[in-house]
Design a protein around this ligand. Structure first.
Ligand code: SIN
Length: 521
């Protein structure tokens, strides 16, 4: 008999995790494990909203076209169709749960506009508090109905042969027939980020160490408008919806940063971020001018309060810089969230479903969590392949002590300058060389060490795979921009760089460059 502490273990507590739990709790005993608290995630910080083609003149096909165009045609088109076609239904589901979206005076939903969207289609809550409101609403439904472990670090996936049968955590081992990784992304790889401190790529790293296939790690999205102080430190995100309402990106000399672009300040995120980056490279500073937005405080209460807090003599100009925001790549999953490892699912930012291509369209990420939670839970509830009696294969590894992992700050500095918004063969090779001494260490499961050390080892591991992926992809596409090859290259169209790792040979990592349709799912 298999040992069982729950029927499903979900690791993480963002929108994808909580929506999956919500869809399962009537039928399954669900355990949620999170390394901080249930209300701490990138989802809570999400300001923009949920994209859905619901206005009269809009259509899911237009949402699809915008998503593919922003994604530089690297998207998996079938998966992206699933995403956008289901969006209106997801809004209805949330409303049925009691979620109240903002409305116009005439009673219709108030729809925001964001970069690269051809139509107003972003449903939002309390102006810029969509993520927090959704998490609060979902947790209200879940509290007391799931087993919750907060401040619990998931170190390693437990395996019975190839099957995932649970997770090793800082509070002990927990077993379940199904495990769902919903741990979010890895924005903490970079100095400026919109992400929470906890976004250290843990799920991607533990899945890789267990043998799951990863893909698309070179595609990092930098959000163009992260509020910064005079030292360049991030103070929080300024939603793209602010530009949707008319805010403009201006240099300190008053020149428009995107003057040349047909879509101006609402161009795709990767292009706007690069324009801001190059303005800084040319010795300018960049501000978001919101002075022409009527009732700014009412439409964007969180952002407005933050500006007043940090800029006492605020005049409508917000100092900004691009910051790491989202990784399109991650653990390869099929349309139901299944990874390449039996009994392991992944969902949300940690997963690579292919819906975001090389650059995610704004407000498609909460949507991804919602759509795939429905599919994953249906898949999980309709299977009855119980695991065999377990004979656990655990590997307790004694760490070699001679190499110290770099501090988070040092790694962030290196990644930002060498694998950031603009990369090149030279910078990537330099990064690879710098990472070399740490690689064997980052591939080990280091459950015997501290949380900080575990997180650093995950960041180093992902940094190395990201750097290698960026070196291999000899073109620029979406969030991956190489100054030495600044254009898309037709041979790379619909090709993906994917990784898997075989245990027992810690240094061995096989990468494969494959046409999309041959990617193993
Ligand atoms: C934003 O509000 O600009 C962020 C939303 C998103 O990343 O989709």
């Amino acid at each position: 008999m298999m040992k069982k502490d729950a029927e499903v273990i979900i690791i993480g507590s963002g929108i994808a995790a909580l929506m999956t739990a919500f869809r399962l709790i009537k039928h399954k005993h669900v355990m949620i494990i999170t390394k901080s608290n249930v209300k701490c995630s990138n989802s809570v910080l999400a300001q923009g909203g949920i994209a859905a083609a619901i206005s009269e003149d809009d259509h899911w096909q237009r949402h699809l076209e915008d998503t593919l165009l922003a994604g530089a045609n690297h998207n998996d088109e079938q998966m992206t169709k699933l995403l956008v076609k289901n969006a209106p239904k997801m809004l209805k589901c949330l409303q049925a749960l009691g979620v109240t979206f903002d409305r116009q005076k005439n009673g219709q939903l108030a729809l925001g506009l964001e970069g690269a969207h051809g139509y107003r289609r972003i449903a939002h809550i309390k102006g810029d508090q969509t993520g927090r409101a959704l998490i609060d609403a979902l947790w209200e439904k879940l509290e007391g109905r799931v087993t919750l472990f907060e401040n619990t670090l998931a170190y390693e996936l437990l395996k019975n042969g190839e099957e995932i049968i649970g997770v090793k955590t800082s509070k002990g081992n927990y077993y379940a027939p199904y495990t769902v990784l919903a741990t979010g992304g890895c924005g903490q790889l970079f100095e400026v980020t919109s992400n929470v401190l906890e976004a250290t790529g843990d799920g991607i790293a533990i899945a890789f160490r267990a043998g799951a296939t990863l893909a698309d790690l070179e595609f990092v999205q930098f959000h163009p408008t992260v509020f910064i102080d005079e030292t360049g430190k991030a103070l929080g995100l300024i939603s793209e919806a602010v530009r949707g309402e008319g805010a403009r990106l201006l240099t300190n000399e008053g020149d428009p940063v995107l003057g040349y672009h047909p879509l101006k300040d609402l161009a795709p995120r990767d292009e706007v971020s690069r324009a801001v980056f190059f303005a800084y490279e040319n010795g300018k500073q960049v501000f978001l001018d919101v002075s022409n937005i009527p009732h700014f405080e009412k439409r964007f209460p969180t952002i407005s309060a933050r500006c007043e807090r940090y800029l006492p003599t605020w005049d409508g100009q917000i100092p900004i810089a691009p910051g790491a925001h989202f990784i399109s790549g991650g653990i390869v999953t099929n349309e139901n969230g299944r990874t390449t490892l039996p009994r392991l699912y992944a969902i949300g930012e940690v997963a690579c479903t292919g819906v975001h291509g090389a650059n995610r369209l704004a407000s498609n990420s909460l949507l991804e969590g919602l759509v795939f939670a429905e599919r994953l839970s249906f898949d999980l509830l309709t299977r009855n392949d119980l695991p065999a009696a377990n004979s656990l294969t655990e590997q307790d590894v004694n760490l070699p002590n001679e190499v110290e992992l770099p501090t988070r700050k040092v790694l962030q500095k290196k990644m930002s300058s060498l694998v950031g918004i603009v990369r090149s063969e030279k910078s990537l090779t330099e990064m690879e060389r710098w990472l070399q001494p740490y690689l064997s260490l980052s591939r080990l499961s280091i459950h015997s060490k501290t949380q900080d050390e575990f997180e650093r080892s995950n960041l180093v591991l992902i940094a190395s795979l990201m750097t290698r992926s960026a070196l291999l992809r000899r073109e620029s596409r979406g969030g991956h921009y190489r100054s030495d090859i600044p254009q898309q290259v037709s041979e790379w169209r619909q090709k993906i760089v994917q990784w898997s790792f075989s245990r027992g040979a810690f240094m061995e990592q096989r990468n494969q460059i494959k046409p999309k349709e041959e990617v193993q799912k």
